[in-house]
Write a protein that binds this ligand. Structure first.
Ligand SMILES: *[C@@H]1O[C@H](CO)[C@@H](O)[C@H](O)[C@H]1NC(C)=O
Ligand SMILES: *[C@@H]1O[C@H](CO)[C@@H](O)[C@H](O)[C@H]1NC(C)=O
Ligand SMILES: *[C@@H]1O[C@H](CO)[C@@H](O)[C@H](O)[C@H]1NC(C)=O
Ligand SMILES: *[C@@H]1O[C@H](CO)[C@@H](O)[C@H](O)[C@H]1NC(C)=O
Ligand SMILES: *[C@@H]1O[C@H](CO)[C@@H](O)[C@H](O)[C@H]1NC(C)=O
Length: 437
């Protein structure tokens, strides 16, 4: 997949070392939290959000590190802004004490609060959005006590569309685009085009600048679905940036997104993280194996881990996945910023773009775990054996290592040369490969 890191992309990668570095380490590590959308879509109110905040504490998720309680789309009056102040007006039926009221209740619980808008004239659900009102909205959010902004890409007026067409191979259905190449674009950008000069980048930079000008630290989460080559300017613009279209609670979609995001994984480092979208753990008909494979891949990729299921009805087995101490320690490593990356595709030859069969073998160094995290995925539809061979794993030159099973916490002792495991369909084995022995 050489085209994913062209010479221009590498140059832009060097240029973007100037990231959104915020006070108190906000945005240095990938975010941990909860968001309304995957749980409730538009059907939100203060009571549901307060319940989620309280459950975050009583289920032990706050102690595990989850801190943001984020309100997604549909929180405001749909008909328009306040005619005098030009501010967005909170829906007083859903939020009787306004957004500032729910924010202060969440703060009183020792948690942080997030809000949602879009870099267009309307949000995806048709509510007023922030294009042209960045300053007013950033000031309003700061005054309400907001700590996190998810900024979407809907409602873009025609005079703000980009000069060139772009394509994210996964957005329609990756299988339509063999090998991650897009079909003939009507107006492709010249090879040397710098997408950080695009109108899309400018729309998202306008809100970044407005947020930097308010007297409150607000984590900035870009949600423009991987368009306009965002990996090359995301680090300079936000603390995370979506790399794909929306997730759904289906293994096919999770696999498509994991495949797509794996090709951007070298862009993950302190202060800036590619975001393959929020978690679906606990939703739909995902099997236990699919739930934990989804979580392990997202944690290993250092995606923001934003829970999206109702926390008053979540199953204990899903809570324990979300609280896995080894995966969270890897994800929140204070010393190593890089994510895990594929060292072997397994089912496919290396570097194959396959929405149904993402890379199966992943590894990443971890100071927090004192070793290397290794994942082995079974992307197939039936039970299969997968084998981690130490000599194939970057950084592991020795013969034997002490190994811990991440799911059970079991010490597997001194394992020589390789470790084989039989995996159910769509399950993942996760190992901490520690000291040599
Ligand atoms: C698009 O039109 C609006 C309204 O006239 C204007 O404020 C804005 O600057 C224009 N955007 C661009 C990129 O020219
Ligand atoms: C993507 O397209 C393939 C081939 O048409 C189909 O088999 C698969 O179900 C689709 N996946 C999704 C998530 O729609
Ligand atoms: C995809 O890549 C493989 C391996 O490089 C190649 O054999 C195949 O022809 C490619 N398919 C398309 C549609 O480009
Ligand atoms: C993003 O910027 C930060 C701060 O300058 C830097 O530490 C990090 O390496 C950058 N990320 C990438 C992928 O270059
Ligand atoms: C789960 O399965 C049931 C029964 O097959 C189906 O009706 C429902 O739509 C599925 N849910 C999701 C989110 O796919």
């Amino acid at each position: 997949m050489a085209s994913y890191l062209s010479a221009t992309a590498v140059l832009s990668l060097l240029a973007q070392a100037n990231a959104l570095v915020r006070p108190d380490g906000v945005g240095r590590l990938p975010a941990l939290g909860w968001n309304t959308w995957n749980a409730f879509n538009c059907d939100i109110d203060a009571s549901k959000i307060l319940t989620a905040a309280e459950q975050t504490i009583s289920l032990g998720l706050k102690d595990a590190g989850y801190e943001y309680i984020n309100i997604d789309d549909c929180w405001s009056v749909k008909s328009g802004r306040d005619p005098n102040t030009k501010r967005i007006i909170p829906d007083s039926t859903k939020f009787p004490d306004g957004i500032s009221g729910i924010a202060s209740q969440i703060h009183d619980l020792g948690l942080k609060v997030g809000i949602y808008s879009s870099a267009g004239t309307e949000t995806c659900a048709g509510y007023p959005a922030s294009l042209g009102y960045e300053k007013i909205d950033a000031e309003t959010f700061a005054e309400w006590g907001i700590d996190y902004l998810k900024y979407d890409n809907c409602g873009v007026p025609s005079n703000w569309t980009d000069a060139y067409t772009d394509c994210v191979p996964d957005t329609t259905n990756g299988s339509n685009f063999p090998n991650g190449t897009c079909p003939d674009l009507t107006n492709p950008a010249p090879a040397e085009y710098d997408w950080s000069t695009s109108k899309t980048a400018k729309r998202f930079e306008a809100m970044r600048d407005a947020l930097l000008n308010v007297d409150r630290t607000i984590l900035y989460s870009l949600c423009e679905w991987g368009q306009a080559d965002v990996n090359t300017w995301g680090n300079a613009t936000g603390n995370s940036w979506r790399t794909t279209g929306d997730i759904t609670p289906h293994w096919e979609r999770i696999a498509e997104i994991a495949n797509q995001n794996s090709f951007y994984i070298t862009y993950a480092d302190f202060w800036g993280y590619p975001d393959p979208d929020m978690l679906e753990v606990g939703n739909g008909n995902l099997t236990l194996e699919e739930n934990r494979a989804h979580f392990a891949l997202w944690a290993a990729m250092k995606s923001p881990l934003i829970i999206g299921t109702p926390l008053d009805s979540i199953k204990e087995e899903h809570v324990s996945i979300l609280k896995n101490k080894y995966l969270l320690a890897f994800h929140q490593d204070p010393v190593v910023g890089r994510a895990a990356s594929p060292y072997k595709w397994g089912y496919n030859p290396d570097w194959t773009f396959d929405p149904a069969h993402p890379a199966e073998y992943w590894s990443g160094a971890s100071s927090a775990l004192g070793g290397t995290l290794v994942l082995m995925l079974n992307s197939e539809g039936s039970k299969k054996t997968r084998t981690a061979v130490w000599s194939e794993v970057p950084g592991l030159g020795g013969n034997g290592y002490r190994v811990t099973d991440v799911w059970t916490g079991e010490d597997l002792g001194c394992v020589e040369k390789e470790y084989s495991v039989e995996l159910q369909s769509h399950d993942v084995a996760a190992l901490v490969v520690g000291e040599s022995c």
